[in-house]
Write a protein that binds this ligand. Structure first.
Ligand SMILES: [Zn+2]
Length: 265
């Protein structure tokens, strides 16, 4: 396979839409050609009828590559790795804004750490127009719980991430949604407090990988009648700062370079 060029995170949205056979959101960048090629190869002429994106906050490419053992439950199960560059400033609402609109921050409107409802066309609007049922599952102070509100869709919110993970399993078993976004902020939380390579943060990264594995295995056993794309799709990376703390938001590779993992099931 040809080498995959690192493109912007804004290219993912239209590729997901093409894979599902729906029109992308109006301001979305051109579809990522590598993700599109992977989907074409796996699907033949068919379309995805389910997409599940697991969104682990701040899991940097360099962390996954430096500590592969912690993430092997992802890399063992997802065959397609897609290097991406996230957008600036590399903070959560800005980056998820671009992932789920396909647009740059200047276009979707969130250009700093703030959480207004995004007013431009989003992936969720595109799904709704196509008659699909999306939902967002999140916890805590998640941007994902705020910036895509006010659409005619379901939002599930829990105080703690275990509630969100359990809800993700429940909605897979109920087979009630075409598109499921599941947010987990535990790695980000521990990375800020203890540092990106602390045992606390790496433990949360491992927990993210286990959750991904659980969703993968549930889909594999319970959605045999569907063509599903499962993704391990983070928003941005992170770097260490003084005092064994972690941060992100800067124009540097550690913060900007991420690698999504995808698998058609
Ligand atoms: Zn984040």
């Amino acid at each position: 396979m040809e080498e995959i060029k690192r493109l912007s995170i804004d290219t993912v949205c239209a590729a997901l839409c093409k894979g599902m056979g729906i029109e992308p959101p109006r301001e979305a960048a051109d579809a990522n050609p590598y993700l599109s090629a992977y989907l074409r190869e796996k699907l033949g002429g068919n379309k995805l009828d389910r997409v599940v994106l697991y969104n682990p906050d701040a899991v940097a490419q360099w962390i996954m590559e430096k500590y592969p053992f912690h993430f092997r439950h992802v890399t063992d199960r997802a065959e397609f790795a897609l290097p991406l560059e996230t957008v600036m400033p590399s903070v959560t609402p800005v980056c998820f804004g671009s992932l789920y609109t396909g647009a740059q921050p200047a276009v979707h409107g969130i250009q700093k750490y703030e959480k207004p409802v995004i007013r431009i066309d989003t992936l969720f609007d595109a799904l709704l127009r196509a008659g699909k049922k999306p939902c967002i599952i999140s916890h805590g102070k998640a941007s994902m719980n705020e910036i895509f509100r006010e659409r005619d869709m379901d939002y599930f919110w829990y105080e703690d991430p275990c509630g969100a993970n359990a809800k993700a399993a429940e909605v897979i078993l109920a087979d009630a949604y075409d598109f499921i976004a599941v947010y987990n902020g535990n790695y980000d939380f521990s990375m800020h407090r203890y540092g990106p390579e602390s045992h606390q943060a790496l433990g949360e990264g491992t927990a993210n990988a286990f959750t991904f594995a659980a969703l993968h295995d549930l889909i594999q056993t319970h959605w045999q009648g569907h063509r599903t794309l499962l993704g391990f799709a983070m928003d941005h990376g992170c770097h260490e700062i003084d005092g064994n703390l972690g941060s992100h938001g800067l124009d540097m590779e550690e913060d900007l370079f991420i690698k999504h993992y995808y698998q058609v099931l």
